[in-house]
Design a protein around this ligand. Sequence first.
Ligand code: GLN
Length: 486
Amino acid sequence: MIDRTLKQLAQALSAKEISSVELARLYLDRIDRIDPRIKAYITVDREKTLAQAAAADARRAAGEAGPLTGIPLAQKDIFCAEGWRTTCGSKMLGNFVCPYDAAVIERFNAAGAVMLGKTNMDEFAMGSSTETSYFGVTRNPWDVGRVPGGSSGGSAAAVAARLAPAATGTDTGGSIRQPAALCNLTGIKPTYGVVSRYGMIAYASSLDQGGPMARTAEDCALLLKVMAGFDARDSTSLERPAEDYARDLEKPLAGLKIGLPKEFFGEGGEGCDAGVMRRIEEALAEYRRLGAQTVEVGLPSMKLAIPAYYVIASAEASSNLARYDGVRYGYRAPEYDDIIDMYMKTRAQGFGEEVKRRILIGTYVLSHGYYDAYYLQAQRIRRLIAGDFAEAFKRCDLIMGPTSPTTAFRIGERVSDPVRMYLSDIYTIAVNLAGLPAMSMPAGFAEGLPVGLQVIGDYFAEAKLLNAAHRYQQATDWHLRRPTIG
Ligand code: GLN
């Protein structure tokens, strides 16, 4: 049962092979048994989960079940869920029980999905390894000495270790795609504005986007259909007709033009591991066998993506995180003199190192005298990067390359070297700056560790991305491999 996809689980539920309560219990028992070794979850609440599962069974008995009714899912602890502790991986929100549901949670609830728990993440989604979480490090089920990637590392580890059949993530600079790559999953970051950010704790609002992490492209299509949709409560939510993201899954790939950016493949260019690159080349060969052609494209401004991103993301973070002041909710320092002292102690004690670093950078680049030199400059680079992609998509349908320059790295290896950590997202970050959709999918192994192939599309090309991924998954079985844990 635990190796089944969402589609297969839905069939099992509708065939009455298993009830949602039984299915939820199966996963909860596995979490009890295996999660102490992985630490994918921050919060599990057996009673709440089983009550939701019982409601799903009742709904099915009443003949009102949809494709996700009774399906257990793990939610990244960045999504507010009524009555659930929602921490965003921070001590600052360590005691915060949410009074309302995020739009994404509302939509899953309406579909009858069952929440298994809240997954671990880098504090406020700042990181690429889940090591900045206040709640401890999540371990990669493929090698528990290594990181699962981040910031959605808890979600990725949960799905990889079969502690959930699928999960949600959020991607500001790569946080769905990179952990999906490091844990052998399929994950998609939609076009900016497709999934509502209402109730999704803000990191860098112009870059943050929620999306699904699952084992197959087909499952991602199913989840994205539920997650996507206009929401007036999010001012950047896009008003578009509802889409069936699975509509093109089976379309043959004959004639598909795949763009290969020379900046991804160029000699020594971005420092991609040889073992990773070999798997990517093999995946491209598979695409050619499936009828696709490859063309070289250029993304000349890509090299500026990391610096521009860290200016913009930090600027937005410094503003978004100003709300954590100890007054309204979350942590408050136990002892202080006056209100200023209370703010200062609360923030000094409540935030971790990486978050403080971002707030400092963000406040600096937004300050009078530096705003033009850094923030405005970064915004201009952002425009150039979007322009590069627009040019590239005149010559190809999709862009492909590695998701991450390395496979999962060792716990502790990069924590003390922020720049090295930031380079983990070298292939993913430009996509967020441009607001494009992109995904990562399993493409084999290098020294026993998963390698992810990244596929980038033009705006609203989610169905095309999922089609390309699905056809590849019909031809290969990398995505079906699972780690030997429990
Ligand atoms: N690693 C990047 C950062 O730390 C991206 C994180 C994310 O996508 N949330 O900002």
